[in-house]
Design a protein around this ligand. Structure first.
Ligand SMILES: Cc1ncc(COP(=O)(O)O)c(C=O)c1O
Length: 379
């Protein structure tokens, strides 16, 4: 096997990352927080069209955790979470000693289903506990049904944590994802649209909340000369070195989204003439996806009885990484004891779905290798 490995999702550098990291080293700002962190936050705040308050953190997971803390979620509370997601959306609920309540996807965006969301809210209220928050995810960069989901949340007065970890650069009705929720979260993990190697951001609605987030993220230090603490603190702030990478990456945001969208149209071109497979696409022109990952569903009645796992193994033989779509949270051993509302849509997607290589750095040669495998598999 001489061909180099093609990974599922690598980022592309702008070339400016080194300059910002060098500046941090030259000025000896090698710590959490610092000038690069402030500038990175400003750049993200300026990216959004409406007023936005951004706190740069060491991961998207920390951002979700801080959002829950800022919403006052505590032991015994219930938090609704989309079941079809990465475990990082749900884990912070357990960090708070709260109880996750999982809601199915709808088949059009693969995101949280409005119908089952309302059923879940009503049932939880009937059982004696109104959910304290809703975590809705823009899966694989595809926006969830923002209007419908937020209308339901408003009706019951429940705040939304918008998990836009995979959706930086996506839009819903012309508005940028990340700023719809009471809190939004972004991830800059190595496989995301832009990366800081590891990192994330919490998006909030005013300066006080931003300051409170920074307070919690830097060990909740009270105003005192000595180290004094009246609340539990966390070490969640982004490092100045990582923020330097982020500043360079911001210059690649647009081109990285373009590259991922080009990958999508590359797959569409190959797959539109193949009956047994369906490329996941946005529902209509209200939705603009960064197509962070391209995903396919293989028909269950596929004549040769080949499955997504057969395809994954063929890719693997060709030294190409693919990955099953997220296994729903309510099926995970750690979460299976918690309530679930739905009709097995996420399970169906999990049973047939595969994520295809979608990095911002896929070359023409990479695409030729991918195409050959796809065409031969479905022949
Ligand atoms: C949907 C989703 N939520 C949250 C996260 C957590 O982000 P991080 O890895 O930066 O902690 C990720 C990605 O890793 C994700 O894909």
């Amino acid at each position: 096997m001489d061909d180099k490995r093609i990974y599922l999702s690598l980022s592309q550098q702008s070339g400016f990352e080194r300059e910002y990291v060098q500046k941090a080293l030259d000025t000896n700002w090698i710590t959490s927080g610092g000038p690069n962190v402030d500038e990175f936050e400003n750049e993200i705040e300026n990216y959004y069209d409406e007023e936005t308050f951004v706190t740069a953190l060491n991961s998207g997971t920390s951002a979700i955790h801080l959002a829950l803390i800022l919403l006052g979620v505590t032991s015994g509370d219930e938090v609704i979470c989309q079941t079809m997601t990465f475990s990082a959306s749900a884990n912070p609920i357990l960090y708070q000693g709260a109880k996750p309540v999982f809601v199915d996807s709808e088949p059009e965006t693969w995101n949280i289903c409005p119908e089952y969301l309302e059923i879940a809210i009503k049932d939880r209220i009937k059982k004696g506990k109104k959910p304290k928050a809703i975590i809705a995810v823009h899966l694989y960069g595809n926006p969830y049904k923002v209007d419908e989901i937020h209308a339901i949340a408003d009706r019951y007065n429940i705040p939304i944590i918008e998990d836009a970890a995979e959706a930086f650069g996506s839009y819903y009705k012309g508005k940028k994802c990340g700023n719809f929720g009471d809190y939004g979260i972004l991830s800059f993990n190595g496989n995301k649209i832009i990366t800081t190697s590891s990192g994330g951001a919490l998006i909030s609605k005013n300066q006080d909340l931003k300051e409170k987030a920074i307070f919690y993220a830097t060990q909740s230090r009270d105003h005192a000369v000595h180290y004094q603490h009246s609340e539990i603190g966390y070490n969640y702030r982004m490092s100045n070195i990582c923020a330097g990478i982020g500043l360079g990456q911001m210059k690649a945001l647009h081109s990285n989204v373009e590259a991922r969208r080009e990958n999508h149209f590359f797959y569409k071109d190959i797959l539109q003439s193949i009956d047994n497979v369906q490329l996941f696409e946005v529902l209509n022109e209200d939705y603009f996806s960064n197509y962070w990952l391209n995903t396919i569903l293989i028909q269950s009645n596929f004549t040769n009885n080949k499955t997504k796992e057969d395809l994954r193994l063929v890719f693997e033989k060709g030294n190409i990484e693919t990955r099953p779509v997220w296994k729903p949270m309510h099926l995970q051993p750690i979460f299976e004891k918690y309530p679930y509302y739905g009709n097995k849509v996420a399970e169906e997607i999990f049973g047939r779905g595969l994520c295809l290589p979608s990095g911002s750095n896929l070359s023409k040669e990479d695409k030729n290798r991918i195409k050959e495998i796809l065409v031969n598999f479905f022949k």
